[in-house]
Write a protein that binds this ligand. Sequence first.
Ligand code: GDP
Ligand code: ZN
Length: 449
Amino acid sequence: MGLRAGDTIAAIATPSGVGGVGIIRVSGPAVRQIAEALIGRLPRPRYATLSTFSAADGSPIDQGLALYFPAPHSYTGEDVLELHGHGGPVVMDLLLHRCLEFGARLARPGEFTERAFLNGKLDLTQAEAVADLIESSTALAARLAARSLQGVFSQHIQALVEGLIELRVHLEATLDFPDEELDLADERAQVADGLSALIAQLDRLLAEAYEGQRIREGLNVAIAGAPNVGKSSLLNALCGSEAAIVTDIPGTTRDLLRFDIQIEGLPIHIIDTAGLRHTQDPVEREGVRRAQEAVQQADLVLWVYDAARGLDEGVCPSLAPRVPLIRVRNKIDLLGESPGIKAEGEEVEVALSVKTGGGLELLKAQIKHQVGLSPHPEGAFSARRRHLDALRRAKGSLLAASEHLAAGQSPELVAEELRAAQQSLGEITGKFSSEDLLDRIFASFCIGK
Ligand code: GDP
Ligand code: ZN
């Protein structure tokens, strides 16, 4: 997967449009040549040098700061040049084209960070944290991404890998001895203890990573229920706007409406579904199908019913069994009831009136409670679905190892599972990664990063 020697990349690193300052970033071996052509010399390393950037005929294009970071002490690990000019699109374009004349090509999205990864400047979780930090939708998500960028997540993975290696070494040493020289039962007990400790450690990391992933991506909350029970009204109340159309004709909401809100730093994507009911109208039927899909993929479902009509009406026929659910008893104003919350076993019901607003705060508190966000998630780090998948696979391997051990299977089988667990953890930090995965990760970056 090595770098193509001689390949120099350039991009406008600042957002498109007009700004006080615009930055061109160049990385690769042609940096020296480009600096000499544009500003007459290579600037002193790591000093901001006031320079005139000139066109091919020697006339000035712009005046600004030039910064030179010689390899390997740069973001990418290669020679890097930054030209800080005036942030107008024409100036930026002229400067960029000057760089291209001297052997640079346009950088692909994320290519600077990809080079940083390939040159060992960052591991994969840190590279992903760069994108997460740029794209974070809440202050909390940004803080978590910054912690991942500093290597908090990677250190946790590293600690697990070290524990695993220790266990593998221990296990492999026992393979090299004839049985009679070792107390096998004792050896097995030691390995089993080591394994349980690792599984516990992995469980803690999974919980933290899960929280980080939820804070990064937010939660999908679907509002479902029969037509006319007040789903769209509830959505509007939660969004604090007139976002969804509210009418009293059953079946008005035929499409899914999605809105992004925050409940104390947690991004929440609320989906209003068309009334779930059997219908012959093909347009409405499509709405119902999409509603059922949204409900099945949600992290939480708010199942709304009309207090005056009772719970039986329009009971959701195919609610996914494992999606957490809060039942919302709406329109209590019609019956003169007071807002409240009650739990029967797993089932939680909040009685409220969207019309008067009574009970809405109870519902918000219950949403937060239900998704199990810890009170101080600032200690966490950002994580992605692929990290969770890999952590779960690693856990599966460790559990299999411990079953083999308990069943008295050969140590080779146990060792094989430990190796697989290490491989899964290595995928998180990019120690083992396919070119495909890297392409997918870096393609989602912005240009110039
Ligand atoms: P949806 O079809 O489930 O989305 O229901 P809507 O939000 O469109 O509401 C249907 C009707 O119920 C509208 O006329 C709303 O004004 C009314 N409605 C919604 N919530 C309440 C409530 O808490 N109390 C009363 N009395 N009417 C409500
Ligand atoms: Zn509606």
